[in-house]
Design a binder for this molecule. Structure first.
Ligand code: PPE
Length: 313
């Protein structure tokens, strides 16, 4: 069954999902000239709430700036459009996929003559690496594919064409029987997963690679750093060698789709006790307590889709 919803927000209006189509000469299809986001809306007692929407839309603006894609909608307008789509689709929880792309006009790699189109799709999407993965952890490998070298592509931008690199990493991992892989940067230091950032715990201290290790500046990464510090843990940005993965007490991925997913083995080497570690569990529990509305939203991370009194529908 294809992923779908009833309505799609496209270029300023809600249209039926099946009418949200493009021409095959769309520039982005040929050259990857697009920028996108992945955002989640979680079910709370006050109805669906968008998790860190403004931060995601700020990053979308950043990605568009890097990619020279003029984006005419403000963060506020994109938030309103997102809420309109979730309301139209009557969703309680969903995955939100905003995409800005070069449309159809002519070929040629410099696509700046092609129009810029914007969509926001909201679809049901459960746990990215499997429901069990959240408690049991995932088995991963170190990828033979490296993340892009500085000055080749722009890892800080969430740009369509760059996901060819992520596809190589994910396809190789799946073909070799792993759920995901960890890629190294061009210097051989730990970078990130095909669609997740990575964290390591050793002797009670939490480490994660710095932005300069060719990673995407993850919004979940930022949330987890904040939560970890709220819980009293020390978090350090550190350039990590591959072998530190094997000797870690705990490892976990973060991402909008992956949320907080423990890693239980790397290259068949069990990590720590070989199951979810205590710090991973503590962070995960606080993360889901915030997203579900059970724990107070101290950092202002939730935007409710419905006003007081409008929910339940
Ligand atoms: N690194 C990469 C390369 C990446 O794609 C993501 C998100 C992250 C890190 C984590 O960033 P954040 O979501 O802001 O915490 N990957 C998105 C796409 C996944 C997909 O399969 O599509 C996501 O998690 O939504």
């Amino acid at each position: 069954m294809p992923m779908k919803a009833d309505w799609m927000w496209m270029n300023g209006q809600l249209i039926p999902w099946d009418q949200a189509t493009v021409h095959v000469f769309t520039h982005a299809l040929h050259y990857g000239s697009s920028a996108f986001e992945g955002i989640r809306a979680y079910s709370t007692p006050k109805g669906p709430a968008i998790f860190r929407g403004p931060e995601h839309y700020r990053r979308l603006h950043d990605s568009c700036k890097i990619m020279r894609l003029p984006l005419k909608y403000s963060i506020e307008e994109l938030m309103e459009a997102t809420k309109a789509a979730i309301r139209a689709n009557k969703q309680n929880a969903c995955y939100i996929r905003p995409l800005v792309f070069r449309g159809y006009e002519s070929l040629g790699v410099d696509g700046r003559k092609c129009p810029v189109e914007v969509i926001i799709g909201t679809v049901p999407w459960g746990a990215y690496l499997g429901e069990e993965a959240l408690t049991q952890g995932v088995d991963v490998a170190v990828s033979s594919w490296r993340r892009m070298a500085p000055g080749t592509l722009a890892p800080l931008g969430k740009i369509g064409g760059q996901y060819v690199n992520s596809q190589f990493i994910a396809m190789e991992a799946h073909d070799n029987g792993f759920i995901e892989a960890i890629s190294l940067d061009i210097h051989g230091y730990v970078s990130e997963g095909s669609g997740e950032n990575i964290f390591m715990v050793r002797d009670g201290v939490i480490y994660t690679p710095p932005l300069s290790s060719s990673i995407l500046g993850g919004i979940t990464r930022d949330a987890v750093i904040t939560i970890a510090r709220d819980l009293g843990y020390e978090v350090q940005f550190a350039v990590l060698m591959r072998e530190m993965l094997y000797i870690a007490d705990e490892l976990f991925f973060t991402g909008t789709a992956a949320e907080v997913t423990p890693i239980r083995s790397v290259d068949h080497v069990p990590i720590g006790s070989g199951s979810r570690g205590p710090i991973t569990k503590a962070i995960q529990e606080r993360f889901f307590a915030i997203t579900s509305g059970e724990y107070p939203d101290e950092h202002g991370w939730l935007d409710h889709v419905y006003e007081e009194g409008e929910w339940p529908l």
